[in-house]
Design a protein. Structure first.
Length: 161
């Protein structure tokens, strides 16, 4: 149960990928590549200070033309950049992996292809088979997992085996 006491244990991190997608909706098709490349310097920075400096440069370049996209980043800055409080290796996993979206997309692939199922049993078999495929992918090793696990163990002391 969430109480004011337990809420302090959580740190809100908004999804950078969703923020990028939202920003790109306002950018002209011809400029999307350059806009994204410039913005990668912000969320790919090594430190929060570097990210802030890169954001200032980004805003100088694109703020006049795409003010709404830049304003959205400025408004959500603290929630978007909270992952800078974590070590570099852990950060990379945080913004490149979203298990829930991955699972949902796998289920969509299975259900969107087939609109009509031959039987009730087939309705349940399709997601089950998708889960089996997903499990195979989850056995792949994560790069630098030993380092990341050590960092997570220190960050979340007593919560990991």
């Amino acid at each position: 149960m969430l109480t004011p006491k337990t809420v302090r244990l959580f740190e809100v991190q908004r999804c950078v990928v969703h923020q990028i997608r939202n920003s790109m909706r306002y950018v002209s098709w011809k400029e999307k590549k350059a806009f994204a490349a410039d913005f990668k310097k912000v969320y790919g920075a090594a430190t929060i200070e570097e990210a802030g400096a890169n954001m200032d440069e980004f805003e100088d370049k694109w703020g006049g033309k795409y003010a709404h996209a830049v304003k959205s980043w400025r408004t959500n800055w603290n929630a978007l950049m909270s992952y800078f409080r974590h070590p570099v290796e852990t950060r990379k996993i945080m913004y490149t992996t979203n298990l829930i979206e991955n699972v949902n997309s796998m289920f969509r692939k299975v259900t969107d292809v087939r609109k009509v199922f031959p039987s009730d049993e087939a309705v349940f078999k399709s997601p089950y088979m998708a889960v089996l495929d997903i499990e195979k992918k989850w056995t792949m090793p994560i790069r630098d997992w030993g380092v990341i696990y050590g960092q997570l163990t220190m960050l979340f002391e007593g919560r990991l085996p």
